[in-house]
Design a protein around this ligand. Structure first.
Ligand code: GLA
Length: 363
């Protein structure tokens, strides 16, 4: 038997670096995704990638080579370590999510394989277990200390909706999001500055947030209820970073909740300023932007976007902007001109529609 599952990448509309602080985020799935075609084999575990043309066979799921094979076989390794009798497998990966662009190309691979294995092996995993296996593949097998946003979005998003994620308990709720009804679209501008999660900056921010929560006597920064008092309590001269991280997380959670309320009221245009405020907070307080992200966001606003912000982990990747449909072409050209003028690599732009989460395809 052969099964095929497709899991999408995502953009995060708002709620950045909140997931590992037990906070709120609001992603939606994009049309680009990864298709995993999985079948039982005779011997070993063979993976192929349509993108790099490689084929690798390993004998032991607990001795995986570094690199893309860890994403492709991570879910099988996690299942095996949880006592599932995983047979020899053939896993084919084919993804059109741009790599390293902050659009969750890794979650797309991991979630497509997890859902395919669940189906192939008849495991009947619960939604929580599918999430746990996908997260463990990325956190434990790959070793990227990400917070769960990407896998949750890839597994649970639905077309025409954003997914309100509450990382206090990993509960989710769909909220309708129809920019087209307001003559608007979400434009994604990939700066083509590649980021890497296993890299140190992401882990460093995460560590600073944990330190701040500990200093405040809290389980997580989600529990900050009185921000001015929290900032006063972080009073050592060397606490600047902890104060800035705390302010970003607390204000970002509030912005997510405001966006949810505006969307529930059908008021899409008014979310624009909140997107821009999120970018400013990520630039000035959390400090995860790079010049290309700041230039793209500022240029898109000048070109008529109602709001613009970096999406994903930062240090590269994409900016999203809420743009009137009739100004998209001009906005794209404006960013291209600004990037050329600044000597940056040419960006790649596309519009994104809230799309479906992981689903089975005909084999
Ligand atoms: C990356 C991580 C997510 C999340 C975002 C920032 O995409 O994979 O878990 O932390 O950064 O919001």
């Amino acid at each position: 038997m052969t099964v095929r599952w497709r899991a999408p990448g995502r953009v995060n509309l708002i709620g950045e670096h909140t997931d590992y602080n037990a906070g709120l985020a609001l992603p939606f799935a994009i049309e680009q995704g990864c298709t995993a075609t999985v079948s039982v084999a005779q011997h070993g575990f063979t993976v192929t990638s349509a993108q790099n043309g490689e084929q690798v066979t390993v004998d032991d799921l607990h001795e995986l080579p570094d690199g893309w094979v860890r994403y492709a076989l991570g879910p099988a390794a996690v299942l095996a370590s949880r006592g599932v009798d995983v047979p020899p497998l053939r896993v084919e990966i084919d993804s059109d999510v741009p790599l390293g662009a902050g659009l969750s190309s890794s979650a797309a691979v991991v979630c497509s394989v997890t859902t395919a294995l669940d189906d192939l092996l008849g495991l009947d995993l619960s939604p929580d277990d599918l999430l746990a296996v996908s997260r463990a593949a990325e956190n434990d097998v790959v070793g990227a200390p990400t917070g769960g946003l990407d896998q949750l979005a890839s597994l649970r998003c639905e077309a025409g909706q954003v997914l309100r994620c509450d990382f206090a308990d990993f509960s989710t709720e769909l909220v309708p999001f129809d920019p087209a009804a307001h003559g608007l679209t979400v434009l994604v501008v990939d700066t083509r500055v590649e980021h890497g999660h296993a890299g140190g900056e992401y882990a460093a921010r995460r560590h600073a947030c944990e330190q701040a929560a500990t200093r405040l006597g809290l389980g997580s920064l989600r529990e900050v209820t009185d921000l001015p008092a929290a900032l006063v309590a972080l009073d050592r001269p060397e606490d600047g970073e902890l104060r800035r991280c705390t302010r970003h997380v607390a204000t970002e959670n509030a912005r997510v909740q405001e966006v949810v309320e505006l969307l529930r009221a059908g008021d899409v245009p008014r979310i624009g300023p909140l997107l821009s405020a999120s970018h400013a907070s990520l630039r000035d307080d959390f400090r995860v932007t790079v010049p290309e992200l700041d230039l793209a966001a500022a240029t898109l606003e000048e070109a008529g976007a109602l709001g613009a912000r970096m999406t994903g982990g930062g240090f590269g990747g994409c900016v999203i902007a809420l743009v009137p449909v009739d100004r998209v072409d001009a906005a794209v050209r404006a960013v291209e001109r600004a990037f050329a003028g600044a000597g940056h690599r040419a960006p790649v732009s596309f519009t994104a529609r809230p799309s479906a989460g992981a689903s089975r395809l005909d084999a």
